[in-house]
Design a protein. Sequence first.
Length: 329
Amino acid sequence: MSGTVVVGLDVGGTSTRATALTLDGERLGTGRAGGGNPTSHGAERAAAELLTALREALAGVDPARVRAGTIGLAGAARLLADPAGRDAFDRAWHDAGLRCPYAVHGDALVAYASGTASPDGTVLIAGTGAIAAAVRDLRLDRVADGHGWLLGDAGSGFWLGREAVRRLLADLDAGHPPTTLGRQVLDDLLGTTEVAARPRETVDALVQAVTRRPPVELARLAPLVVAAAAVGEPVATGLIAEAAGHLAESVSRIRPPATTTPLVLGGGLLTGDTPLAAAVRAEAGRRWPEAPLRSAGDGAAAAAWLAARELPEVRDPAALHALLVPTTP
């Protein structure tokens, strides 16, 4: 089967990654480009980034060898419902020399597949936003949260940043000096850790600094909270515990207590050695003690696997997953 090639793309708001793999697990090429989410950037620009990543991944590869492809994309349903957007992606696919069909799946499904080959399970993603989804037969089933910064995304990077500012404002209102985390937030937003002689002046300045920027930019304060929690700062530690509780509660809406299928953790806040990842793992261990916990991995490779498993010559998708998609516990 080494002559057959599959292509996978993991398309996000800030980057687009592509990979070309044989069914024997050989990585023939990878490509990277800018953000390709058509909701954020428009269909034409998104398609241009898609084409750039595809061409890099296919450099030196005969496109005629590519039998199938998958694009993992946030807002996949919107793209599929938009004829102009789908036409733009079709043109990019064709301009890369590809004549095989391709599928479009939501980024949550691709994140799930990057962590496990099991057809049924749950994925929890926490980055700027937060969403949980149940997977049935490798299709997204029920979804919890993902409601955006105004109505939800509890436990997300946005939530951590907003709560850090709210804690600081509460301290200033009460006439208390800023905590260690509070001083870091002050410095980030106002460029100083000093509080005015009249604390209300600092409160007003903070409110103005936040409200004159797009609300979602509060998510950039999340790394401050994570770093402070890592060294035991009390307010940050409390916020991490609250965030983990919110995220686990979102999962609980769609995952019964006795469930033993895998739970995949994805997004920048839940992959790697972070305090929030550790707290969510501990909370998940209490709620679903028999469930395997997995970390999301290479989304582009997972997308390629999703494409490959539909080919008639693939009779053991789980074994193929082990070849194509590197996973970590």
